[in-house]
Design a protein around this ligand. Structure first.
Ligand code: SER
Length: 594
């Protein structure tokens, strides 16, 4: 291997330190005094206040390496380059150099310092967004060309890809420029100017080489200029090491290779995907445990529990004994030390192993009986409808056997069955409500409260569902929903990214219904009548004999526990703020009311 992880780390830090960047301390993966975020997910999050001027930076030029946790891509783990934890090489200019400096540094580092072949490098820039009144980043396009990047290796991408912000709320933000590397995966067509750019299996992102922080995004979705322009960059060291060594995936790098080998040597069935999931999940679990988090059913603790339990399930799938988990954890800790990717150890190796074993003790018997129960469930035809496992049984596996949803989902998929996440979430929410002892109305999935704004957003969700079916096809169905008084989040089945035009059409359809001032009508009826009336929704006898159906003119008819507004005019104006991937085959829309 040409480059160790440490080599790459040193090359990066040396380069930026030589260019007058101060190396700053990294932070724990659990954010300090910030409950808005479960885990640090980018190098800039611990220093986010320096971009808005609320905090004075240690220096105007900084760099470091920061462990990050991102579990939103959990379904992609096992592919070439997605990981639930990675170490981010980050560099920042706070009110110092801007686009030209950042692009010149990026070019110099990639081409002159790392000597990556120029013909394999592609860069993306922001194409602009007329509705949000954000101009295209033509300046960066010119600067890349000036630095030496050929025009046909520069791609324009929309807001959803190349405009970076921390979320939907108030956030420093701006257009970004990302660097992709051609893995030359021959099964995927190579990019031709203005054609399709496969950023999943052929061209992989190796560096967000510049988020040009020049705006402040406000809660209402508007943007104002920040007083100072800043640059935020981030690159995953595992991917950088992969491409520098000409490897096919991140698991072949020093960060994982020895653990994959250990699993291979000890397993009785050759399952590469399981090796990858185990090595990824145990590494992330070690990071999370070392940050002081205990496995539980809540927030950070539940992330840890899901990772550990899924890893245990895959260890069983490759046929190793329970005792072997201890060896995997110990080797992972040794490997982190060897690679120089270790956190500041707050616990000893023995203590971390002990914490994993406590969770194993809780789960191993349940895992055996849960797997047996799962097999019994799928052996009976009455539990399966159109290839889908009954959601109550999925919930039973969660509730009685401690199976996180994704374990059952994977098991189902291995048996060519599907599971319904939205239905599972409804059952989970209902269960939480009941265990809180509430006797009042049980709200449909994801309505966090019944504030006026949340109720309006809930009605907007029904209109969005209607508009998506109209624009993308009748096969679109809700897969999940989460509403707070600030915004709605809606998940639905769809295989690809929506085009900007589709997003615009959906927004327009919703606004048309709002403008038509249509009354929202609530009716109680029995389940059969509701079905026959053409209402959509989760038909499940949890609603009892009588169900509630909400109708909005000829546009929407949904089985739903409410609550809703009386007339669509109360929504005033609907705006989609983001369309993104939620998991494989599921897209996510975030929207607000203005
Ligand atoms: N914050 C940016 C990102 O996460 C650059 O690191 O992509």
């Amino acid at each position: 291997m040409l480059y160790s992880i440490n080599d790459v780390k040193n090359l990066f830090l040396e380069f930026f330190v030589q260019n007058q960047h101060k190396q700053i301390k990294n932070s724990s993966i659990v954010p300090e005094n910030d409950e808005s975020l479960l885990f640090i997910n980018a190098g800039m999050t611990p220093i986010k206040k320096v971009f808005t001027g609320e905090q004075i930076p240690e220096s105007n030029r900084m760099c470091n390496i920061q462990t990050c946790i991102r579990t939103n891509d959990i379904d992609s783990i096992g592919d070439m380059h997605h990981l639930s934890s990675f170490c981010m090489l980050g560099s920042w200019s706070i009110g110092d150099y801007f686009k030209e400096g950042a692009i010149n540094f990026a070019y110099d580092f990639l081409i002159n310092k790392l000597k990556l072949p120029k013909e394999k490098i592609y860069v993306t820039i922001f194409s602009g967004d007329s509705e949000r009144k954000l101009p295209a980043d033509t300046e960066s396009e010119e600067l890349w060309q000036k630095a030496g990047m050929p025009k046909n290796h520069i791609l324009l991408r929309p807001f959803s890809d190349n405009f970076w912000r921390m979320g939907d709320g108030e956030s420093p933000c701006g257009p970004c420029t990302e660097v992709f590397f051609d893995t030359e995966n021959k099964s995927i067509k190579s990019y031709e100017e203005s054609g399709f750019f496969d950023d999943k299996q052929r061209y992989i992102e190796i560096w967000n080489a510049g988020v040009f922080m020049q705006y402040l995004q406000h809660e209402d979705g508007s943007y104002t200029r920040l007083k100072t322009n800043s640059v935020d960059t981030g690159a995953g060291i595992e991917r950088m090491t992969m491409v520098l060594n000409g490897l096919k995936n991140v698991y072949e790098t020093q960060a994982y290779a020895s653990i994959i080998q250990l699993l291979k040597n000890n397993s009785t069935s050759n399952k590469e995907n399981s090796y990858r999931i185990i090595s990824d999940h145990i590494r992330t679990s070690v990071y999370i445990i070392n940050a002081g988090v205990e496995a539980s059913n809540l927030k950070r603790g539940y992330v840890l529990r899901r990772l550990l339990r899924r890893a245990m399930r895959h260890l069983r799938a490759i046929g190793v004994e329970d005792e072997f988990l201890k060896t995997v954890v110990e080797s992972t800790i040794d490997n982190l030390n060897e690679c120089g990717l270790n956190p500041n150890w707050l616990f000893s190796k023995q203590q971390i192993v002990q914490k994993v074993l406590i969770e194993q003790e809780k789960f191993s018997k349940l895992l055996v009986s849960g797997l047996k129960t799962f097999n019994e469930f799928i052996a009976s035809e009455q539990n399966i409808e159109n290839g889908k496992l009954n959601s109550k049984l999925v919930f039973k596996l969660y509730d009685t056997f401690g199976f996180p949803f994704e374990i059952t989902k994977e098991l189902a998929e291995e048996n060519n069955l599907s599971v319904d996440e939205a239905e599972f979430n409804v059952l989970l929410e209902n269960h939480k409500e009941l265990s809180k002892g509430k006797t009042g109305k049980v709200y449909k999935s994801g309505l966090a409260d019944t504030s006026e704004q949340s109720v309006k957003l809930h009605t907007a969700t029904h209109l969005l569902h209607y508009a998506l079916k109209k624009v993308l096809g009748n096969h679109i169905n809700q897969k999940g929903s989460n509403i707070t008084s600030d915004r709605l989040r809606f998940d639905f089945n769809f295989e690809r990214k929506m085009t900007e035009e589709e997003v615009r059409q959906v927004e327009e359809l919703v606004n048309q219904v709002i403008e038509k001032e249509i009354p929202v009508v609530k009716e109680e009826m029995n389940l059969e009548d509701a079905k026959n009336s053409g209402a959509i929704g989760l038909f499940d006898n949890r609603y009892g004999d009588k169900v509630t159906v909400y109708t909005i003119g000829t546009y929407s008819k949904e089985l739903c526990a409410g609550p809703h507004v009386n007339n669509t005019k109360e929504l005033v104006k609907f705006k989609i703020t983001k369309e993104e991937s939620s998991s494989a085959g599921v897209r996510r829309i975030r929207a607000i009311l203005q």
